[in-house]
Ligand binder design. Sequence first.
Ligand code: HEC
Length: 126
Amino acid sequence: MQKPASLVCINKSFFRIGTHQRFFQTGLLILLLLGLQFRVEAEVPVARQDVLRHMLKQDCGSCHGLTLKGGLGPALTVNEIANKPRQLLRSTILNGRPGTPMPPFRGMLTEEEVHWLVELLYKGDV
Ligand code: HEC
């Protein structure tokens, strides 16, 4: 069976390019991947990240404990939340838990910010 002409063409051109060009291509690919990673993390600007970290200690901490080991609200330490689904934590923060003291933060925090906060809690990087 004959290979489709376009495939043969890609194969040939890949093996014909020199080492320099291959370095260049790999470099471009790495830059692209780094760029993508940066974009995901940059959704919450660094200045805002500082505000959120402060808020986690002062505001959330007033109920969950200054070191998030629990108080009026449950502990939010890595061990405590490790087995809880991300979606549950995110929606609890955004919508609160009606009938409990956990208030909704929608309007004060964007979904991206809540996403970022929850990842911070999973990493224990607070
Ligand atoms: C006024 C007190 C109060 C404040 C302020 C507060 N929480 Fe809570 N939070 C609670 C209580 C109480 C619960 C438990 C609700 C229940 O009984 O299900 C809770 C539950 C949660 C849960 C779910 C935990 C689990 O194990 O299911 C998360 C996540 C959470 N809070 C995060 C936050 C974050 C983040 C902030 C700050 C942005 C915050 N809370 C601020 C009282 C508070």
